[in-house]
Design a protein. Structure first.
Length: 358
């Protein structure tokens, strides 16, 4: 590349600013044809721009250093660098680090209208491997996005969310947060302790207060639910539902997980069959929906037996994070995305690829 002297650079830079005149104010030689003059002027400008770009990007000089070296203004250097991008002299190439899936995340965001997708790299396709990777990714997402005084709604009957909490670091930047259990957390003692631990541990990690919903997630009848709702402790937690700013949810398939079965918060085989016959593919907080994402209100099963946050109220929460992975939950995740029940998805690369191909 031609190395310009300071006098050459100032002369050509002046021509660039003045639309073709030299820095002395004299026109280019009149004997040359207009087309020839234009070609020469454009070629000189392009060489100048390339020289400035080389000094800036290859030699790592600052704009001030380039301006001082060439005895021109810093504004001229800045204009040349912008021009270098427009002319294609400088091109930006992003090489994502190994283990990141930026393109795949963007495809899912566009396909399903999500505000954000976080894809974790699972070592292999086993459910345990995927769940661990997704839990770590969800933990990191919360660590960097939570704000002071956040009200965090958590559906605590989720192995993925338990994995998230177990891998999460304390978030010292936030304060005055509240962690609200949005689905009744009482069940068999062997699993109830995990649901309580999930809420209390998350509250500790965000320097906040835990608010439990001391009822079963699934009650015997609507009448039983009405009685429980009168309890002062239950009412205190439920009053926080309208203040939730971030909801973190697992996504369940039609078949309940072993953890949920162990808790006793499951529908009968006949009730699940009734839901499946009506097209149910998955659930969020025990509220079922179809492949298109439409909530299924079964007259026999009845959503009134589910004690917790209603599904439609998710639409009023600014950030709803779905944490889920695995082939077993493919249809459930897809239905949640189509129904726009979540606006942030945390999953693994295997699940993400299958969702894109759907």
């Amino acid at each position: 590349m031609h190395n310009y002297s300071q006098d050459e650079f100032r002369r050509h830079a002046g021509a660039f600013r003045n639309g073709g005149e030299s820095s002395s104010g004299r026109d280019l030689p009149a004997a040359r044809k207009p087309a020839e003059r234009c070609a020469m002027r454009n070629g000189a400008q392009a060489r100048l721009i390339a020289e400035v770009a080389r000094m800036y990007y290859e030699e790592r000089r600052t704009q001030l250093e380039i301006a001082t070296s060439l005895n021109v203004s810093q504004g001229t250097v800045c204009r040349f660098l912008k021009r270098a991008e427009k002319l294609g002299i400088v091109r930006t190439t992003i090489s994502p680090p190994v283990g990141t899936f930026v393109d795949l995340e963007e495809l899912l965001e566009r396909k399903f209208g999500l505000s954000q997708v976080i894809i974790a790299q699972a070592p292999n396709g086993s459910e345990e491997s995927m769940q661990g990777a997704v839990g770590a990714a969800a933990a990191h997402f919360l660590e960097i996005t939570l704000k002071p005084r956040a009200v965090i709604g958590v559906a605590s009957w989720s192995a993925s969310l338990l994995s998230m909490v177990e891998q999460m670091h304390p978030v010292w930047k936030v304060s005055e947060c509240k962690v609200v259990q949005i689905l009744g957390g009482e069940g068999h003692p062997s699993t109830e302790k995990h649901a309580c631990y999930l809420v209390s541990q998350l509250a500790r990690l965000v320097q906040g207060d835990a608010h439990f919903l001391p009822t079963p997630g699934l009650v015997a009848s609507k009448e039983a639910a009405d009685v429980l709702a009168q309890d002062p402790h239950v009412r205190e937690t439920m009053e926080l539902f309208d203040r939730i700013t971030v909801a973190v949810l697992g996504i369940g398939s039609i078949e309940p997980s072993p953890w949920l079965v162990g808790s006793g918060n499951t529908f009968s085989i006949e009730e699940l069959q009734s839901l499946e016959d009506k097209g149910a593919v998955g659930n969020i907080c025990l509220h079922f929906y179809s492949a298109s994402g439409e909530e299924i209100r079964d007259a026999v099963v009845g959503g009134n037996r589910v004690f917790g946050l209603k599904l439609e109220r998710l639409k009023s929460i600014p950030m709803v994070v779905g944490v889920a992975c695995g082939e077993r939950k493919h249809q459930a995740i897809l239905g949640a995305l189509r129904g726009r029940w979540i606006n942030v998805l945390v999953t693994d690369q295997f699940t993400a690829e299958s969702l894109v191909m759907t």
